[in-house]
Design a protein around this ligand. Structure first.
Ligand SMILES: Cc1cc2nc3c(=O)[nH]c(=O)nc-3n(C[C@H](O)[C@H](O)[C@H](O)COP(=O)(O)OP(=O)(O)OC[C@H]3O[C@@H](n4cnc5c(N)ncnc54)[C@H](O)[C@@H]3O)c2cc1C
Length: 461
């Protein structure tokens, strides 16, 4: 029997993706960099038992497994670069339990991020992690990447909201770590190991999520500056004044220029740097914090605007969600990184990203989650120009080296996946790298879960 026939008899015809239906499973958000994989088979099992069966089947035959959520990742993690079986979690899309009075939800891995937000909201609750592309990305993918987003400044990243995970690991074994409990220090923290493991340790099939009563009010305050120094100083004053907004975002000059026309209510012509914070809490608390933020932002600003009405707030976040697309539209393509540095090095990192672009002859800009020191340093390119793609890739290499010099990391939220695997042995010293490789070998002795991603083969010594 051939591979497809064996899988069909194992999983049923509804689980098989064949012909033209395979195309969308061969790329993720790195498609623009030309990354397109090839799969020996693409399957979408209907339930956890079917995931166990297919993993056991792959483990017996030595077939690589590429777990896949919504395919929105920015690091090529879900791309089957070297064949194998793409295992899509899209049919595990059930909310298994939602107990609003206990602030918790149990979901399967294929539930979309936006569905979790809407379900929680409907009962006055909040699931804070908010990576973009929420209608496409899935909770399993968010867990596998430990995804962040604007609101992680106050609330933390995905892992902070996951109290338990069910995963299918080597040989098709189902493990459960944690559960609907908020504290658990009985064993090693395997839950945290699976969070951010990018499909290299096993397949997440379900999770228990912690929720929070939603704040009654959320009031964004935006401020514009004529120069970067004034903008960075304003960000630093938020820390210095001890203010804790839910989000603390920034856009540098290139990112402002790319999105200026769409900013709700317009921007003054002199605006070259933008800061956006959101005060949330009770109606009184959020109003008081918004006033304090406006005061902290005032020095040197050419605009400070507090947004009150639901329409204004929605328009602001719609605009923020479109920043990545506005930047991409400048040249038709972009290579966007997600470096992070200690907060006190943010100003240097913003300037450095631009200098690196200049040195390599590519237009550069950055924006991102300022409060977390997390920059989307971006090289704008014509995606049809191989020269520009090469220059941007060289610029990215330099960017990573200089980020490490600033005490930062090459990835604050997207993971290394395939495109940044070469940075693993640059960022980690031999002792840390060896420990991480031992963990991978322990979970995945045959090296079949997402091979080559995140942790590349050890360099020859
Ligand atoms: C417009 C846009 C904005 C974005 N904004 C943000 C942002 O603000 N913050 C942020 O952190 N990210 C952001 N991202 C990146 C991306 O949305 C997140 O990384 C998201 O969490 C990926 O989820 P996914 O379901 O699409 O995963 P995929 O792309 O399908 O997979 C990502 C990785 O997870 C693995 N994986 C997926 N599902 C599973 C599973 N069930 N078990 C084991 N491994 C699995 C894959 O093998 C791959 O390595 C953005 C992307 C886009 C397109």
């Amino acid at each position: 029997m051939d591979l497809a026939a064996e899988l069909t008899s194992l999983l049923g015809p509804d689980a098989m993706r064949t012909g033209d239906a395979i195309g969308p499973y061969l790329t993720d958000s790195t498609e623009m960099q030309g990354l397109v994989g090839r799969a020996d088979a693409v399957v979408a099992p209907a339930d956890v038992d079917a995931v166990r069966n297919v993993v056991a089947w792959c483990y017996e035959r030595g077939v690589p497994i590429v777990p896949r959520g919504g395919g929105t990742g920015f690091s090529g993690g879900a791309v089957p670069v070297d064949g194998g079986l793409v295992l899509s979690l899209e049919r595990l899309d059930r909310v298994l339990s939602f107990e609003p009075e206990l602030w918790r939800m149990q979901v399967e891995a294929g539930v979309r991020t936006a569905t979790i937000h809407r379900t929680a909201r409907g009962s006055g609750l909040l699931f804070p992690p908010d990576p973009g592309a929420g209608e496409q990305s899935m909770i399993g993918g968010n867990i596998a990447c430990n995804a962040g987003g604007p609101h992680s400044f106050k609330y933390g990243v995905t892992g902070a909201w996951v109290t338990g995970i069910e995963a299918v690991v080597a040989e098709g074994r189902l493990i459960r770590v944690g559960g609907p409990l908020r504290k658990d220090v009985a064993g090693y923290d395997l839950r945290s190991l699976l969070v951010g493991s990018e499909g290299t340790l096993g397949v997440v099939v379900g999770a228990w999520l912690r929720l929070l009563p939603a704040p009654a009010a959320a009031i964004p305050v935006a401020a514009a500056y004529a120069d970067e120094q004034a903008g960075v100083a304003a960000l630093e004053r938020v820390y210095a004044f001890g203010l804790v907004p839910a989000t603390l975002e920034y856009l540098d000059e290139g990112a402002v220029d790319a999105t200026r026309g769409a900013f709700p209510g317009g921007l003054p012509e002199e605006a070259r740097f933008l800061v956006v914070a959101e005060a949330d809490g009770t109606i009184e608390g959020a109003s008081a914090l918004a006033a304090e933020l406006a005061e902290a932002f005032a020095d040197g600003a050419v605009m400070v605007r507090t947004m009150q009405s639901p329409a204004e707030v929605a328009a602001l976040w719609r605009w923020r969600g479109g920043v990545t697309f506005g930047v991409e539209a400048q040249m038709g393509g972009k290579m966007s990184e997600d470096i992070a540095v200690p907060f006190d090095r943010l100003g240097e990192a913003i300037a450095m990203a631009r200098e690196v672009g200049r040195a390599h002859g590519v237009r550069a800009c950055s924006w991102g989650h300022a409060g977390d020191g997390n920059l989307h340093a971006t090289f704008m390119i014509d995606r049809a120009s191989p020269d520009q793609i090469t220059s941007a890739a060289e610029a990215a290499s330099d960017l990573f080296a200089r980020t490490l010099e600033l005490g930062g990391t090459v990835s604050g939220e997207h993971g290394l996946g395939w495109v940044k695997r070469g940075q693993f042995d640059v960022q980690f010293g031999p002792a840390e790298a060896a420990l991480q490789r031992s963990i991978k070998a322990l979970f995945d002795p045959k090296g079949l879960f997402n091979p080559g991603k995140k942790i590349p083969p050890a360099p020859a010594s």
